[in-house]
Design a protein around this ligand. Structure first.
Ligand code: ZN
Length: 69
């Protein structure tokens, strides 16, 4: 029996952290590249929208992830 499971050679580096507090219904995003914190946002609707978009929205304005030049 061949075990073809592959494990990552090294852990991915954490470059940003998304914090979601489901009890207080708020969320914030901390970018470890530019040391910017976005949020927190409050309320279920705002939190849902924030969580859904921040990972793509922040890099657009992140000075350390200047996008493609
Ligand atoms: Zn950033």
């Amino acid at each position: 029996m061949t075990d073809n499971l592959r494990r990552p050679a090294r852990p991915q580096r954490v470059l940003a952290a998304l914090f979601v507090d489901l009890e207080g219904v708020r969320a914030r995003y901390e970018c470890l590249r530019c040391s910017t914190t976005e949020g927190p946002v409050h309320g279920a609707d705002d939190v849902t929208a924030f969580v859904a978009s921040i990972r793509t929205e922040h890099p657009k304005r992140c000075p350390k992830q200047g996008g493609r030049r």
